[in-house]
Design a protein around this ligand. Structure first.
Ligand code: C2E
Ligand code: CA
Ligand code: CA
Ligand code: CA
Length: 382
């Protein structure tokens, strides 16, 4: 995309040429659209289907080897990493539309795993697609019926014992009374783009609730998770709308962004972060240590807070490696004048360790699980 259409077209022609060169017959290669191609291969001579899987895999390997050589298009040397999906008749479909659909499902699966890969279609992949479609449909309905509720988990300054704020964590209250945890629907919401509407709802509700609490409970800071799909230039408008509607001062809002989200497109990320910072909104790096932790961005981006991922906190002080990682992150964060928050603190031993190593803020079941709004207010008053 970044090379422009001229190069794109020339590259696609070159790719098509190389595929045609490898196909048993010219008319057995077709372009499906975009950068997707189909190649048809005659497999078992016997018609018994024996060894078809092996033949298809050998062909896929042959194609991928041919693609390790670069392409020349518009004076550029370009590399193409093909993701290949395989479907074999009659096991994976008896008619061309089914075979194509299933090959495409397998291709997306290969692509999800990144790099140049091939995958053969399995019925389980199909079930997964069906399951995701069903979840997508019920998320849409859930949004219409206001089934998503925000829970709040306190963040505590362990040097003073004061609650400094809370994190907004979404839950799905299904009509049947079950409360679905985010990991069961956020990934699907992310894939389908529904997370943008969902995230906007969470942001708005959390800002309104925090503003309401301010008079009684003090100027708490609300931290809201922002998914990769939401982290786009139009996030600024949405955040401003939520602040305007709720009357919450920007200084009481923090946005939590993971390292992976931030590293996707650095120049855009910096631009978004700088504009948020200009508005007086704080930025936290979520799940710190699990992605591409980079000293460069900690030093150069307007970041206020790092949240040490629960996976490092879980086994301190017992696990020496984790203990070293946690104390190193705390020291580094302090030296860079960042707030450091340890996530997932459950025990006295963890708390003592964190205190001894100068970590100021913690969040975790030790103090409280995420609570519904009423429960959180009661907990604060108690
Ligand atoms: P996260 O942002 O890392 O949130 C922290 C998770 O750790 C929460 O899980 C929280 O309930 C859990 N947790 C906190 N303290 C403890 C503890 O002491 N022990 C244990 N075992 N767990 C603890 P939750 O609420 O299930 O959320 C999971 C993830 O879903 C979040 O991870 C976040 O990535 C995502 N998520 C939640 N709400 C939203 C949202 O509104 N928008 C987006 N985009 N993602 C969300
Ligand atoms: Ca593509
Ligand atoms: Ca978070
Ligand atoms: Ca986290």
């Amino acid at each position: 995309d970044s090379l422009g259409h001229a190069v794109g077209d020339e590259l696609l022609r070159a790719v098509a040429g190389r595929l045609v060169g490898m196909a048993p017959r010219r008319d057995m290669v077709a372009r499906l659209g975009g950068d997707e191609f189909v190649m048809l291969l005659p497999l078992s001579q016997t018609g018994m289907g024996e060894g078809d899987g092996e033949v298809a895999e050998a062909e896929s390997t042959r194609i991928q080897e041919a693609f390790t050589r670069p392409f020349n298009a518009a004076d550029h040397e370009l590399y193409v990493m093909p993701s290949i999906g395989i479907s074999i008749s009659p096991d994976d479909g008896r008619d061309p539309p089914t075979l194509l659909k299933n090959a495409e499902i397998a291709m997306y699966r290969a692509k999800e795993q990144g790099g140049a890969r091939f995958r053969r279609f399995t019925q389980a992949m199909n079930d997964d697609v069906t399951r995701r479609l069903a979840i997508e449909k019920s998320i849409r309905k859930g949004l219409e019926n206001d089934e998503f509720v925000v829970f709040y988990q306190p963040r505590v300054d362990i040097t003073t014992g004061q609650v400094t704020g809370m994190e907004a964590l979404v839950r799905w209250a299904r009509p049947d009374g079950t409360l679905v945890p985010p990991l069961e629907f956020i990934p699907v919401a992310e894939d389908t783009g529904l997370v943008v509407a969902l995230g906007e709802r969470v942001l708005r509700d959390a800002c309104i609730q925090t503003r309401r609490w301010t008079d009684e409970l003090g100027p708490l800071r609300i931290a809201v998770n922002i998914s990769a799909r939401q982290f786009q230039p139009d996030l600024l408008d949405r955040v401003q709308a939520a602040l305007a509607e709720s009357g919450l001062p920007p200084s009481q809002l923090e946005l939590e962004i993971t390292e992976t989200t931030m590293m996707r497109d650095l120049p855009t990320s910096v631009a978004i972060l700088e504009r948020l910072a200009e508005q007086g909104i704080s930025i936290a790096i979520d799940d710190f240590g699990t992605g591409h932790s980079s000293l460069y961005y900690l030093k150069n981006f307007p970041i206020d807070t790092i949240k040490i991922d629960r996976s490092f906190v879980r086994d301190v002080p017992g696990d020496e490696g984790d203990a070293t990682i946690v104390s190193t992150i705390v020291t580094m964060g302090r030296n860079l004048s960042l707030n450091v928050v340890a996530e997932g603190v459950e025990t006295d031993d963890q708390l003592d360790f964190l205190r001894a190593h100068g970590c100021r803020e913690v969040q975790g079941y030790y103090y409280s699980k995420p609570l519904p709004a009423d429960g959180f207010a009661d907990w604060m008053r108690a």
